[in-house]
Design a protein around this ligand. Structure first.
Ligand SMILES: NC(=O)c1ccc[n+]([C@@H]2O[C@H](COP(=O)([O-])OP(=O)(O)OC[C@H]3O[C@@H](n4cnc5c(N)ncnc54)[C@H](OP(=O)(O)O)[C@@H]3O)[C@@H](O)[C@H]2O)c1
Length: 246
């Protein structure tokens, strides 16, 4: 069994899918957690599965810097430090550009790009003061390749991948680790939240046809990246279903 009892981890976007699976896996292996998202009742359900005080739910919208900062500060206040922040929150309302869904574009930019940046802004000063820390962000295979219908989502994931690599370079000398978690098709609520019914069905069929990974299969990679020696930093992990060629 992996022993994470010496780790304090903040997970943004922990109420479903990959974030929830990661919370459960890390908590089962002893980590102390602050779990955050907008749906507080989902976070509370996860917290109840573990000993009182081990998993602390904090409601936050990642587009709101004050709320993200409050989640990070909860970890420091209750557990004395922060070893890891996992910026996992994201949305994927796919559609062709010709549909002009500007509100969806703006939401993707705010949540998928500004969300992780808010996590970095909240955690980095504390980690630099501590002299160590680990910043993990969920990217996507769409951060490496684009396809029709995916232009804006892929754009946000390309952006955050490059931002994370810049962070790696800037903070390497300060003992701050960075990891980009890059999943392929994974079972979660992401596809169900695509607004256009036809695109939603196409993508749900694709996820099914490639035998989409379970969220816990991605959580396993997050745990692998966290459970490393102080001199070892895993920069990126790409995990696709075997059947996914994209
Ligand atoms: N599933 C896949 O195939 C796949 C593939 C590649 C990458 N990804 C990436 O994996 C990450 C997790 O997605 P998932 O697949 O696990 O989907 P999911 O089940 O829909 O989970 C998304 C999480 O993000 C949170 N979130 C969304 N908007 C938020 C906001 N404004 N503030 C705070 N939290 C917010 C949601 O919580 P609330 O709604 O409660 O706030 C939820 O906890 C995303 O970054 C996604 O882009 C997924």
């Amino acid at each position: 069994m992996t022993d994470l009892s010496n780790k304090v981890v903040v997970i943004m976007g922990a109420s479903s899918g990959i974030g929830a699976a990661t919370a459960r896996r890390l908590a089962k292996d002893g980590a102390k957690l602050v779990i955050s998202a907008r749906r507080l009742e989902r976070l509370e359900e996860i917290a109840k599965e573990f000993p009182k005080g081990q998993v602390l739910p904090v409601k936050a919208d990642v587009t709101n810097f004050k709320e993200v900062k409050a989640a990070v500060e909860t970890a420091v206040k209750e557990f004395g430090r922060i070893d890891v922040i996992y910026n996992n929150a994201g949305i994927m309302p796919l559609a062709n550009l010709s549909e002009g869904r500007r509100d969806e574009w703006q939401n993707m930019l705010n949540i998928n790009v500004m969300g992780p940046l808010n996590g970095i802004a909240a955690a980095l000063p504390i980690m630099k003061k501590q002299g160590y820390g680990h910043i993990i962000t969920t990217d996507s295979v769409a951060g490496h390749v684009v396809a029709p219908g995916m232009a804006v989502y892929a754009g946000t994931k390309y952006a955050i991948r490059i931002i994370m690599d810049g962070l790696r370079m800037e903070e390497a000398a300060n003992h701050i680790k960075t990891t980009i978690i890059t999943p392929g098709s994974t079972q979660s609520e992401l596809v169900q939240k695509i607004n256009d019914p036809e695109t939603r069905k196409e993508n749900a069929d694709f996820w099914k046809n490639v035998e989409g990974l379970t969220a816990d299969q991605i959580a396993q990679s997050v745990e692998f990246a966290i459970n490393t020696d102080h001199n070892e930093s895993i920069s990126e992990i790409i995990v696709r279903p075997t059947l996914q060629s994209l």
